[in-house]
Design a protein around this ligand. Structure first.
Ligand SMILES: N[C@@H](CCC(=O)N[C@@H](CS)C(=O)NCC(=O)O)C(=O)O
Length: 103
């Protein structure tokens, strides 16, 4: 499913970003990734909006002003609530890094 109102600020190798990417893949979403180390404009936009460069941040385009959502757990929750089946959440029990945090 395309999510044209969403863009995800991130960089490669960031574990919290991979947590969000896993949700994007699981939900079969197509959204724009904005790599802050590949495009300086994305870094500048992020810092202008948030005052810091910490990623991941999900930018949600809205007519009355974009919402900038930080925190990987909040982003993952938002994506499953919006695009998932009722009661669906991140896959569990795979023994991966995030299982240490219950997800
Ligand atoms: N609690 C945050 C942690 C995010 C975080 O620490 N991101 C790291 C990369 S994995 C980062 O951007 N560090 C650089 C910085 O904060 O300037 C989350 O879950 O999203």
């Amino acid at each position: 499913m395309r999510a044209d109102d969403l863009s995800l600020y991130l960089y490669d190798g960031c574990p919290f970003c991979e947590r969000v990417r896993a949700a994007v893949v699981d939900l079969e979403l197509q959204l724009e990734e904005r790599n802050i180390f590949q495009d300086r404009a994305h870094m500048d936009d992020l810092i202008a909006a948030r005052g810091r460069r910490t990623v991941p941040v999900l930018r949600i385009a809205k007519p009355d002003g974009d919402e900038w959502m930080p925190e990987s757990a909040d982003i993952v929750r938002y994506l499953y609530e919006r695009f998932g089946e009722p009661g669906q959440g991140p896959p569990r029990g795979r023994g991966g890094f995030w299982s240490l945090f219950g997800g």
